[in-house]
Design a protein around this ligand. Structure first.
Ligand code: KIV
Length: 296
């Protein structure tokens, strides 16, 4: 685990005041968190998007607390300076404030997360107040909240009418008042997100919410080109790792099949004397292989 000092919340707040953009990315294991740290990212979110990106589900809903804790703990092992945020999965905070607190404490105690994120306005505001009251920093998340995508009519942009934009604005103010240190705005019209951002003291992190947010987040597999097929409009791919990975695996398979791998430099040696001794034992019949019915 890194001994680097962790990013502190006041520093994040000052990034908004100074107009320095905040960079957030999701990561779900130690090597990814390490690479994100080395790249100078500010915030690492172990998103419940893990349900889709690494666990193979169709939506984020099946992610469990146990899975999220394991993934967050793994990310902690690789992370350096960025703030590590555990995403509270569906079912971990909807029932009651007490339940939300119990689960948020798991992220902090078992996974060493610096903060948690939870989706929604409304009842989530009271959850935020409870968690912050217990000393756990909370990031809010409004707009398109994938855990309630069915209720929202699918994976669609939110806040596209004046009344919906007003609701988003009200949710953002309430989450700030409840103590959130930042809020994710997902799939919100850029001009609405900009006005909400300007109205808040705390930073907004946009995903499909335009350049007026204080920071941006993208999902690891989307931005690196590991996700294939249809992508959301807001995704920009900065790499083509699926293609590169497939090429590397094909080359490996071809070399194994042709005998080109492993080469001399990938193999271990034995002295002539030791090998001669071993071979004389074999030849004398002192060692009996599987063909003789005995295990060596
Ligand atoms: O789960 C996730 O990855 C997220 C981000 C897209 C913000 O919530």
């Amino acid at each position: 685990m890194s001994s680097e000092p962790r990013m502190a919340l006041p520093e994040l707040a000052s990034m908004k005041t100074d107009g320095r953009k905040i960079v957030m990315v999701t990561a779900y294991d130690a090597p990814s968190a390490r690479l994100a740290s080395q790249a100078g990212v500010d915030l690492v979110l172990v998103g419940d998007s893990a349900a889709m990106t690494v666990l193979g589900h169709e939506s984020t809903v099946p992610a469990t607390m146990d899975e999220m804790v394991v993934l967050t703990r793994a990310a902690r092992s690789g992370i350096g300076r960025p703030l590590l945020i555990g995403d509270m999965p569906f079912g971990s905070f909807q029932v009651s404030d007490e339940d939300a607190l119990k689960n948020a404490i798991r992220f902090v105690k078992e996974a060493d997360a610096d903060a948690v994120k939870l989706e929604g306005g409304g009842a989530s505001v009271s959850r935020v107040r409870t968690l912050v009251g217990a000393g756990i920093p909370v990031m809010g998340h409004i707009g398109l909240t994938p855990q309630s995508a069915t209720m929202l009519g699918g994976y669609k942009a939110q806040g596209r009418t004046a009344s919906k934009a007003r609701q988003l604005f009200a949710d953002a103010q309430a989450l700030q008042a409840a103590g959130c240190f930042a809020i994710v705005l997902e799939a919100v019209p850029a001009r609405v997100a900009t006005r909400i951002t300007e109205s808040l003291r705390i930073p907004t992190i946009g995903i499909g919410a335009g350049a007026g947010c204080d920071g941006q987040v993208l999902v690891w597999h989307d931005l690196l080109g590991i996700t294939e097929g249809r992508l959301a409009r807001f995704v920009k791919q900065y790499g083509h790792l699926a293609e590169e990975t497939r090429k590397a695996l094909e080359a490996y398979a071809a070399e194994v099949r042709s005998g080109a791998f492993p080469a001399e430099e990938h193999s271990y040696g034995i002295s002539d004397e030791e090998l001669a001794l071993f071979e004389s034992e074999l030849d004398s019949g002192a060692l009996v292989g599987d063909a003789g019915g005995d295990w060596l």
